[in-house]
Design a protein around this ligand. Structure first.
Ligand SMILES: Nc1ncnc2c1ncn2[C@@H]1O[C@H](COP(=O)(O)OP(=O)(O)OP(=O)(O)O)[C@@H](O)[C@H]1O
Ligand SMILES: [Mg+2]
Length: 347
């Protein structure tokens, strides 16, 4: 496998809140491989945004990287201290697209001016060349009649089109890594699918490595090469899309898969994960998911599991993979998925 373009190792991120300290990211590690799309999934509050914002130096003011490294090329982004350090990385090397396109756009300026400004700042191009490139990018992100749309304001675009403009602004800097933080949850389902298809389409032309953040494991199958499952500030399972969908090993991943509406049995209530995530102000001993895990072993409450390797590309942090653990059948929904899959293979 290729060298990772970015690798985060044992990253711990803390926030100070009203005189107390909470640990939002608890020693998370991640390898991102060039040219691939990695999906990060996990329920609200699991740390998807905080973790990835640390890759571009955009943690809120009350947060800091306590320990760990974030390797990008020959640099360790975890050591960056000042805005100056980030200037060469943010936008230029690693760009991020957020959920609400309206907050990313200036309502008072035409979309063309907003894209072109980025091109002019980043490259020493003349105005007419920058304009031509702006129109090309508008076309690339699927804006019809780009010459006409160039001179229009954000309010003249629909929500989905606005998100395309935000993506265009990100692409204008030619970043190597594009992080999309739930870029579609504010949009309806068909538009969501279109934006996902767009990211797929531009990925090749712009030679992008993509991190796609979502709490919906269902959308991931169509966009991702690899999936990282996050729980309580840690990556608990990591693998290819196939490995996560058809050979998941962590009980939290099983729970996420079981709660997919697509997999629900007709007439049966949809599976929901019982309990709530841990308090991040408290010390967590053992596996953070243990109190919600119907399969938890005694050791899960005492000692934090290491990563167990399932395949060269597949890792899970659960004591169930320890050779001493009792052999366990995954829940029925997961078994059915596997069975349906092997049926497909034969057909
Ligand atoms: N500025 C902050 N101060 C204190 N705590 C914070 C701050 N920003 C984030 N957190 C906490 O860090 C944890 C992780 O938050 P994060 O926003 O990364 O979750 P997420 O996985 O992106 O969730 P969602 O799916 O809702 O976007 C949460 O418990 C959150 O409350
Ligand atoms: Mg988030």
């Amino acid at each position: 496998m290729s060298e990772p373009i970015l690798s985060a190792n044992n990253v711990v991120i803390k926030f100070s809140l009203r005189g107390r300290v909470l640990t939002a990211i608890r020693g998370a590690s991640l390898s991102l491989h060039e040219g691939t799309t990695l999906a990060i999934v996990g329920e609200s509050g699991s740390g998807k945004s905080v973790f990835t914002k640390s890759f571009i130096g955009m943690l809120d003011e009350n947060g800091w990287i306590e320990s760990g490294s974030i390797r990008y090329g020959d640099r360790d982004l975890a050591q960056f201290k000042t805005e100056r350090d980030w200037l060469s990385i943010r936008g230029r090397e690693i760009a991020m697209v957020f959920q609400d396109p309206m907050t990313a756009l200036n309502p008072l300026r035409t979309v063309g001016a907003q894209i072109q400004e980025v091109i002019e700042q980043h490259e020493n191009t003349g105005r007419s060349e920058a304009k031509a490139r702006t129109i090309k990018i508008l076309d690339d992100v699927g804006i019809p009649q780009p010459e006409l749309r160039y001179g229009q304001y954000p309010h003249e675009f629909s929500g989905g089109m606005r998100q395309r403009i935000v993506i265009a602004i990100a692409l204008a800097c030619n970043p190597k890594i594009l992080i999309c933080d739930e870029p579609t949850t504010a949009l309806d389902v068909t538009i969501q699918a279109q934006i996902l298809a767009l990211i797929r389409a531009v990925q090749h032309d712009y030679k992008l490595t993509v991190i796609y953040i979502t709490h919906d494991l269902g959308v991931v199958a169509n966009v991702a090469d690899d999936v990282a499952v996050m729980y309580a500030g840690d990556i608990v399972e990591y693998g290819t899309v196939d490995e996560i969908f058809y050979d998941a090993r962590h009980p939290y991943t099983w729970a996420l898969l079981s709660s997919l509406p697509q997999l629900g049995q007709k007439g049966e209530p949809l599976y929901t994960i019982k309990g709530s995530p841990p308090n991040l102000f408290a010390d967590i001993s053992g596996d953070a998911f243990a109190p919600r895990n119907p399969y938890a072993l005694n050791i899960d409450f005492q000692e934090r599991p290491p990563y167990f390797q399932v395949s060269p590309t597949h890792f899970a942090r659960t004591w169930l993979l320890d050779p001493r653990a009792p052999k366990l059948e995954p829940p029925a929904t997961i078994r059915q998925m596997r069975a349906a899959r092997s049926g497909d293979d034969r057909g």
